[in-house]
Write a protein that binds this ligand. Structure first.
Ligand code: PLP
Length: 822
């Protein structure tokens, strides 16, 4: 893109301050961490309840960014850059995209629906790419922010766009419609996803249809409700030549009527009638979601007037879509970012940003295949790629493919190979160690083989952590805070079992104010991992005081003995104003100063300049239990009294905090100046009504090691505690109580999920294995198994095991690898 800033002033109706309006921008960014930000970047400072990008502007100016769209100009950067001041920066981003979209007159496919948007988009891209230069949304960029970012990547060479639009409530589609303006509309499957945001299914469908105001054709699965909504929609937004192009398994009035569907060996043949002719199409899937998504694609191909033979030859090659970027542990202490399924310019930009945000090692390597469908000439494309690689400070590049090889000159420190096999032959000589490696290639290059060679071999059980879900949950709780209330996040016990350092890094980016850990060791490993945030240690032992000071951790002080011990060491080291946190016992009776020790506490602290009371805190015992809410109120009242006394007598004004997760939800009046978020960040609420607003963070996964069928009368496992009363198919899974799976969860109390179906645990859970009944499931060795996550949830496990989700989460052994993804 190349846009003159001058034009944008009127697009945004912005107020301009700065020197130079005659600047061209070629890049729009909302991510302050991106190394792609530079002098030609227009940085749009989004400002949510969660994370205010205005805070990063001075850093960005230092890095050379000159042009900003802002809602206000922060004091410290006045006069230092060009600013376009607008009322709402998100709206400006959307206006920019809508303006930019209008510069291109190309056909655009717009996809919406509850499920399948991203898959249908990826497949349409695959099916149409032999004939078009396609621009599409990267990954699932379908939100109020993702859609504009996708659309501003269109360039002159593209002759087809495919964009998806996702909404969660009413009045959102209007904005996205203006940006995508699809000429071809596709409504994918309408399920129950995001139902909370709508009054009923009709309202949800009508909202989604808003995307198709300018669409000349609308592809959808025919049913009564959708037909009805479409009739209303077409009456409200008439277009002279609009085609409703429908399909159905049951209604022969549909444009494409599916007469038959038969599955054999993972291949499904559908027989359909179209324009009075009958066709048999083979689809390489057996599950109904994939079949429906393929049919949506079929209709688009029919609309584009493809012959049946071409359709069949391309549909046969459809593949499961991997939609996310995964971080994996590699050999010799490397980390791998596995993006071995796509290679286009836009997704390379995203992957490089992700690489930067996830890098654990100083050194960065990229393994990259030829890039397809950029819309640029090869010369232009590889110049741009080389620029991107050098902006991102990549240390070495391994290029694979005839085209990228021919541009070797453009890449510093690069090695090129004609094909994947040649590289694999020589993989040893690269001596990969202590580096973060992005592996990014088009499907045809089969980079999954590279990933599997570079991946650390461990047993197959992993706990997958969804970093986006953590962000979502964080934002949810943050939105409940009054302005200026700070947030401490508890990352004790390895972030409640989910991974301490990775989560701390994410929280640091979200500008959390404090982290809380239980022991000094935990804080030290965070500091060693590069965390700069202040860290409070809840339970500092006196022996750890020297290292607490060495690593600048902040101790919670809960007794006179502890205070005096800390003061002694602090004085020896000549410290001044060292931050400490004073804990009050207001009824929990765990740690803290009680009422009768306050006077002595005050006497010790009065006039003391060695330490400074950074905060005063207390902990609630029953903030999750309505039956004891009166008790909470007493605790809060006592906290108010004790902390006020301390503040008056010492003449100090520290941070005060007493709410944990349930406290944030149930006692909004006691937020004081800070709250301490714990379990909620990890996706668990103690209140079922609130649970639906949180996203699942951890999914514990394993695989099937072996499958066997046993006859009636045989038993399974130690003690023969499962007796088969009929022929039974049994699968063995390599996870046991040593990994943290409670034995009480065995013997048909608990279950795992395989291929979206429940499989009961039969017999006793062993140390490293458990067995499940899979008689009703079509599965084989190597298939993936979900131990917990969406189903079962840790909440339902905890209920069955008569414990709390905290215990389930923190029990997962450290031998289980944690894998982080977005
Ligand atoms: C663990 C802990 C929290 C967080 O509690 P959640 O219920 O997980 O939100 C807050 N404060 C203290 C002192 C804690 O020990």
């Amino acid at each position: 893109m190349s846009i003159n800033l001058k034009n944008l002033i009127s697009v945004f109706n912005a107020e301009w301050t700065g020197s130079d309006t005659d600047t061209f921008i070629d890049h729009v960014s909302i991510d302050s961490r991106s190394l792609q930000n530079g002098s030609q970047t227009l940085f749009i400072a989004l400002s949510g309840v969660n994370n205010d990008a205005h805070l990063y502007i001075s850093e960005l100016i230092e890095k050379g960014v000159q042009n900003f769209v802002v809602q206000y100009i922060p004091e410290n950067v006045k006069g230092k850059a060009n600013f376009l001041v607008v009322k709402n920066t998100l709206k400006a981003l959307q206006e920019l995209a809508a303006y930019y979209r209008d510069l291109f007159d190309i056909p655009v496919i717009g996809l919406t629906g509850s499920n399948g948007k991203t898959i249908v988009k990826e497949w349409l891209n695959f099916l149409l790419s032999p004939d078009y230069n396609i621009i599409r949304s990267p990954k699932s960029y379908n939100s109020q922010v993702g859609v504009p970012l996708s659309v501003i990547a269109i360039n002159e060479k593209h002759n087809l766009g495919i964009f998806e639009a996702g909404i969660s409530t009413v009045n959102e589609m209007v904005n996205l419609e203006k940006i995508i303006k699809p000429s071809i509309g596709v409504l994918t499957s309408i399920g129950s996803a995001h139902d909370e945001g709508f009054e009923n299914a009709e309202q949800k469908i009508k909202e989604k249809l808003q995307l198709f105001k300018k669409s000349k054709v609308i592809v959808y699965q025919k049913n009564k409700l959708v037909d009805q909504c479409l009739a209303d929609f077409c009456a409200e937004y008439p277009l002279p030549e609009r085609t409703l192009f429908s399909w159905s398994f049951t209604d022969d009035l549909a444009s494409v009527y599916i007469l038959k569907k038969e599955t054999q060996d993972d291949i499904t043949t559908i027989q359909y009638q179209y324009n009075d002719e009958i066709f048999n199409l083979e689809i390489p899937f057996s599950d109904s979601a994939s079949i429906e998504n393929t049919i949506s694609c079929l209709l688009v191909l029919l609309y584009f007037k493809y012959d049946f033979e071409v359709i069949q030859s391309r549909v046969k090659l459809l593949y499961p879509v991997e939609m996310r970027l995964e971080v994996k542990n590699g050999i010799h202490n490397c980390s791998l970012i596995d993006d071995s399924y796509s290679s286009d310019f836009q997704s390379l930009k995203i992957a490089l940003d992700f690489l930067e945000s996830q890098k654990k090692n100083a050194s960065k390597t990229v393994i990259l295949s030829d890039i397809f469908q950029s819309g640029f000439s090869n010369e232009e494309l590889y110049s741009k790629v080389s620029q991107l690689i050098s902006d991102n400070k990549i240390h070495r590049v391994i290029g694979i493919g005839p085209t990228i090889s021919s541009f070797k000159d453009k890449f510093a420190n690069s090695t090129m190979f004609q094909n994947t096999a040649d590289f694999i032959n020589e993989i040893e000589r690269f001596d990969f160690n202590n580096e973060t490696i992005l592996i990014k290639g088009a499907r045809s290059f089969q980079f999954e083989e590279i990933v599997s060679l570079l991946e650390e071999k461990t047993h197959e059980t992993v706990l997958e952590i969804n970093l986006d879900a953590i962000t979502h949950n964080f934002n949810y709780f943050k939105s409940k805070l009054k302005p200026d209330v700070k947030m401490m996040v508890m990352v004790k016990a390895f972030g409640y079992g989910n991974g301490g350092l990775e989560i701390a890094k994410l929280l640091e980016h979200h500008k959390v104010n404090y982290l809380g850990v239980a022991f000094a060791d935990e804080g030290i490993s965070l500091k060693n991992g590069g965390i700069k945030l202040p860290i409070m240690v809840l339970n500092p032992e006196s022996t750890s005081f020297p290292s607490i000071i060495q690593y600048q951790l902040e101790p919670e002080i809960y007794s006179l003995k502890g205070l005096n011990a800390f003061l002694k060491i602090a004085r020896e080291k000549n410290l001044k104003d060292y931050p400490i946190h004073i804990k009050m016992d207001t009824g929990m009776h765990r740690l803290g100063f009680e009422n009768n020790t306050i006077d002595e506490l005050i006497a010790t602290l009065k006039g003391n300049s060695t330490v400074r009371v950074q905060s005063i805190l207390s902990h609630l015992a029953t903030s999750d239990d309505p039956q004891y809410f009166d008790f909470v109120r007493q605790q809060i009242a006592l906290f108010e009294k004790l902390s006020s006394k301390l503040m008056t007598e010492l003449n100090i004004n520290p941070i005060r905090h007493t709410l944990n997760t349930s406290g944030i939800s149930n006692f909004p009046d006691a937020q004081y100046n800070m709250v301490r978020l714990g379990i909620g960040l990890y996706g668990v609420s103690n209140d079922p009504a609130e649970q639906k607003y949180l996203e699942n963070v951890g999914t514990l996964k394993s695989i099937i090691s072996q499958v066997r069928t046993i006859p009636a009368g045989d038993s399974v496992g130690y003690g023969r505690r499962f007796m088969a009363d009929r022929e039974t198919k049994i699968a063995t899974i390599p996870i046991g109580y040593a990994d943290g799976i409670a034995r009480l969860w065995g013997n048909e109390v608990g279950y795992v999920t395989i291929k979206n179906q429940k499989a009961k645990i039969v017999g006793s859970v062993c140390m490293d294995m458990l067995m499940v009944n899979v008689s009703h499931i079509d599965c084989k060795e190597g298939d993936s198994v979900i131990i917990f996550g969406e189903s079962p949830t840790v909440i339902e496990m905890a209920a069955a095991l008569k414990t709390i989700p905290y215990e389930i989460m923190t029990s997962i052994s450290q031998r289980v690898k944690r894998v982080f993804f977005r």
